[in-house]
Design a protein around this ligand. Structure first.
Ligand code: MRU
Length: 364
C-alpha cells in the first residue's frame, strides 16, 4: 500500500539479491523505518521481537529466512536446522509452520547445488501468493459490506469494528480484515472503522490507525473495553478480525480480546466475521481452546507502554508499580459457534467442519 507517494510491500528482496528489507514495525506510527536483515539469526530476532508481525507476514519472513540459510549450507540437515530455529520464534501463528513446511517440501527433492536460488524464487512466490489471496479475501468481504450498505438509509455509513492489526502491515499487502475495507473505500462505499487499541502492544492504536489514516479511511480509536457498549447502542454493523490459526472445526485463534468481542457481538446480534487466507487453517487441529498453543509474552509488555514523548522522542514508560506481576497471554480462541462467517480467498465459509470442507474439498 502507499506510504507517502511510494507503494510498499512489508517485505522485499534487497538489491544485493541475498538480504531482505522489511518495514520495522516497532517504531510505527512515529517513525517509518526500513531494516535490512542479512542472516537467519536476524530473521529469528525480527519475528520473535516483532519487527515484523501478523500471521501471514511471519510466514513469508520465515520463507526468506530459509532462503538465506541455503546460501551457507543447503544440505537436508541445514534445512531441518533452520526449520527448527525459525519455528520456535512464535508458537501460535500457523502460517509460520505452513511456510517452513512449504519450503522444506519444495527444496528436499532438489540437487543441493540448485537449492539456494530456488529457495529465493519460492519465497518470492509465497509473498506474491499472499498478495493475491488477500485481494480475493477483499472481494469476498466487499460483497458482505455491500449487502449491509444496501440496507442503510442515504447518508448513513457502514460501521465496522476491528481488533489488533490484520491490515497490510500484517501481510505482504492489503491485509486480511482490512482488504474488504480498502476495496469498499475505493468503490466509494461509506465505511467507518472502530479500531480497538489492542493492549498490551497497541497494534490497533499504532498500526491499524496509521494504515487507515494513510489511506483516508474514516476511523475512531477506542479502548479495548468499549466495543460491547458500542454494540449495545447499535453503533457497530459488523466486526471483522484476522486470525493466527483457525481449526478444521472453525474455531478462531486471534489476538487476546477477540473472544470478548465475539461474545458481545453474539449478545447484540452483530455479525462477527473472520478474514483469513487458507494457509492460516490448521487442518490437524479440531478443538482450538484445547489444542492451540497460546504464546505467553513478557509481562513487561503489560507494565510498560511505548509512545512518543513531548520532546518528540520515542519513550517507554512504566504504568504500574515497580515489581507488579503481569501475565501476558497474547492470543485467545473464539469458538466457531460465535462466528458468522470465515471470509477466505475462495468465498465465505460457515465456521464449521462442513463449511470449511465445502470450500476446500481437497482437504477432506
Ligand atoms: O501479535 P501479532 O501482532 O503478530 O498478532 C497479530 C494478530 O493477531 C492478527 O490479527 C493476525 O495475525 C492476523 S493478521 C492478517
Amino acid at each position: 500500500m502507499k506510504v507517502g507517494d511510494r507503494h510498499y510491500h512489508t517485505i522485499w528482496l534487497n538489491e544485493d539479491g541475498r538480504s531482505v528489507d522489511i518495514i520495522d514495525q516497532r517504531w510505527l506510527p512515529h517513525e517509518f523505518r526500513i531494516e535490512t536483515v542479512r542472516t537467519v539469526d536476524g530473521i529469528a530476532v525480527a519475528i520473535r521481537d516483532m519487527w515484523v508481525r501478523g500471521a501471514p507476514l511471519i510466514g513469508v519472513t520465515a520463507a526468506y529466512g530459509v532462503a538465506i540459510a541455503m546460501l551457507d549450507d543447503a544440505s537436508d540437515a541445514a534445512i531441518d536446522t533452520v526449520w527448527e530455529k525459525l519455528h520456535e520464534t512464535r508458537p501460535t501463528a500457523i502460517n509460520l509452520r505452513w511456510a517452513l513446511d512449504e519450503m522444506r517440501a519444495f527444496l528436499r527433492p532438489m540437487p543441493i547445488a540448485d537449492r539456494a536460488e530456488a529457495a529465493y524464487l519460492r519465497a518470492a512466490e509465497i509473498a506474491e501468493e499472499d498478495v493475491q489471496l488477500n485481494r480475493n479475501i477483499g472481494m469476498n468481504g466487499l460483497a458482505i459490506i455491500k449487502e449491509i450498505a444496501a440496507r442503510k438509509k442515504p447518508g448513513e455509513v457502514v460501521n465496522i469494528l476491528t481488533h489488533c492489526n490484520a491490515g497490510w502491515l500484517a501481510t505482504v499487502d492489503y491485509g486480511t480484515a482490512t482488504a474488504p475495507i480498502y476495496l469498499a473505500t475505493e468503490e466509494g462505499i461509506a465505511v467507518h472503522v472502530y479500531v480497538d487499541e489492542t493492549r498490551p502492544r497497541n497494534q490497533g492504536a499504532q498500526l491499524t490507525a496509521w494504515e487507515l489514516n494513510n489511506h483516508g479511511v474514516p476511523h475512531t480509536l477506542i479502548v479495548d473495553n468499549a466495543g460491547g457498549h458500542l454494540m449495545q447502542h447499535g453503533m457497530v454493523d459488523m466486526v471483522i478480525v484476522g486470525t493466527d490459526r483457525t481449526t478444521a472445526n472453525g474455531d478462531v485463534c486471534n489476538k487476546i480480546g477477540t473472544y470478548l468481542k465475539a461474545l458481545a457481538a453474539k449478545d447484540n446480534n452483530v455479525p462477527f466475521y473472520v478474514a483469513l487466507p487458507s494457509p492460516t487453517i490448521d487442518w490437524t487441529v479440531k478443538d482450538g481452546v484445547k489444542e492451540i498453543p497460546i504464546e505467553e509474552r513478557s509481562g513487561d509488555e503489560v507494565t510498560f507502554v511505548q509512545g512518543r514523548a513531548a520532546d518528540g522522542k520515542i519513550a517507554v514508560v512504566r504504568i504500574s508499580p515497580e515489581g507488579t506481576n503481569a501475565a501476558n497471554p497474547a492470543f485467545d480462541v473464539t469458538p466457531a459457534r460465535l462466528i458468522t462467517g470465515l471470509i477466505t480467498e475462495r468465498g465465505v465459509a460457515k465456521a464449521s467442519p462442513e463449511g470449511l470442507k465445502a470450500l476446500f474439498p481437497e482437504r477432506t
